[in-house]
Design a protein around this ligand. Structure first.
Ligand SMILES: Cc1cc2nc3c(=O)[nH]c(=O)nc-3n(C[C@H](O)[C@H](O)[C@H](O)COP(=O)(O)OP(=O)(O)OC[C@H]3O[C@@H](n4cnc5c(N)ncnc54)[C@H](O)[C@@H]3O)c2cc1C
Length: 366
């Protein structure tokens, strides 16, 4: 299926779609998914072991619908439906409020983008921060001494009263904790893995697709190496850009090709959806999150079993937890990371007040 801005036969919750009868099946399947996500109790056949793939098979009857479902899961979590449980997928939808919020552009998860790139957020926060930020070595060990916490990164030992760990779960599994993590947390983190996500920016001299009255928004069905293309041209920019997203199985296939081949696949996907380009790209730049040593994937982690977030969010002595994978709302998204970070900050502030009270009480003469 190719979904394209103005060249459409129908629109599905703000997303333009071309796909004949499969469209009806997709609409029916998505409506059912929404019901399951909102229901207090899911149907009895969905057990903790049911995979998202089995859920997809029940929701969608047509190949079109199932492929669209797989493409959506790839775009949402960077995984194939077989890689995580139906329970996690439904929780993911619940955390966003609704399946339509997740899938839509205007007013939904794809509403806006950062003109200077998402890295501008980290840069802005770093600029406003008055302490020192070390980025030269990952944290490998966290030791609770009984009065303080020692955080070890490379040959540096940082002593603090409380620590917030906001690294993705598979990275946490590589950190040695003293005292050791409880069995539940250790098992969940050890069994977690990240989605696979590659973003490829294709820079053109002009936004030629706009001349053809195309938005540049394309959803390509699963089976392809590219799942989505969007117009990523910044306002007032001298160049135009399309961003292509390769996820899950698509990202695995793309990674197996050499660099020139990968660029050709992306340009081919663009041209088969938007028509032959009148100009060659000036630049093709890719970012494969699976190759980032301290992330090993994106945009979120999937666990081998349905996680009990309440247990995972509970502090481990002086160690507190944040990160989008533990978020109650918008899990896997930036809003989720901010929400989990705020909750951890409140928890630490409260713990420090309690610690201070205990210190004052114990130093008071009897
Ligand atoms: C292509 C793409 C598109 C996306 N689009 C959107 C979008 O449109 N909207 C949206 O809301 N979200 C989007 N996301 C998801 C968003 O980026 C994440 O939800 C968000 O970055 C999660 O924030 P976080 O702080 O939990 O984790 P991260 O941003 O992953 O940060 C974790 C940090 O921990 C560090 N780390 C790991 N191990 C260690 C260690 N041992 N010691 C010290 N540090 C460590 C890592 O280096 C990293 O800096 C997208 C993601 C991708 C990849």
């Amino acid at each position: 299926m190719v979904v394209d801005g103005d060249d459409v036969h129908a629109a599905l919750w703000g997303m333009p779609v071309r796909g004949g009868l499969g469209l009806l099946d997709s609409a029916r399947g998505l409506a059912k998914l929404e019901l399951y996500a909102r229901a207090r109790r899911v149907p009895a056949w969905i057990t903790p072991q049911t995979s998202a793939e089995e859920l997809m098979h029940s929701l969608f009857r047509s190949d079109f619908g199932r492929r669209a479902g797989e493409a959506s899961i790839g775009l949402l979590a960077g995984v194939t439906p077989a890689e995580f449980t139906a329970g996690q997928f439904l929780d993911y939808v619940r955390a966003a409020g609704s399946v339509f919020k997740l899938l839509t552009f205007a007013g939904g998860a794809q509403d806006s983008y950062f003109e200077q790139g998402a890295g501008a957020i980290a840069d802005g926060l770093a600029e406003a921060f008055t302490g020192t930020i070390h980025t030269d070595a990952p944290v490998t060990e966290i030791r609770d001494t009984g009065t303080n916490v020692e955080v070890i990164a490379g040959d540096r030992v940082v002593e603090c009263r409380r620590v917030v760990v906001a690294a993705p779960p598979p990275q946490v599994a590589d950190i040695a904790f003293t005292p050791t993590l409880d069995d539940y947390r250790a098992r969940l983190y050890a069994g977690a893995h990240m989605g696979r996500y590659t973003k490829i920016a294709v820079i053109y001299r002009t936004p030629w697709w706009r001349d053809r009255r195309r938005t540049g928004t394309v959803i390509v069905n699963a089976g392809s190496e590219i799942q989505m293309i969007v117009d990523a041209t910044p306002h007032r920019a001298e160049h135009a850009a399309l961003a292509a997203f390769s996820t899950g199985r698509g990202a695995d296939l793309l990674a197996a090709r050499d660099e020139a081949d990968r660029a050709a696949v992306v340009v081919d996907a663009i041209e088969s959806a938007l028509g032959p380009a009148p100009e060659a790209p000036e630049l093709v730049r890719e970012q494969a999150w699976a190759s980032e040593p301290h992330l090993r994937g994106a945009p979120a982690a999937v666990f081998a079993e349905n996680p009990d977030l309440e247990r995972l969010r509970r502090n481990h002595g002086r160690v507190h937890w944040a990160g989008t994978d533990l978020a109650l709302a918008w899990r896997g998204y930036m809003d989720g990371a901010v929400g989990a970070g705020r909750a951890a900050a409140d928890e630490v502030a409260e713990a420090l007040r309690t610690d201070a009270r205990h210190t004052a009480e114990s130093s008071r003469p009897a």
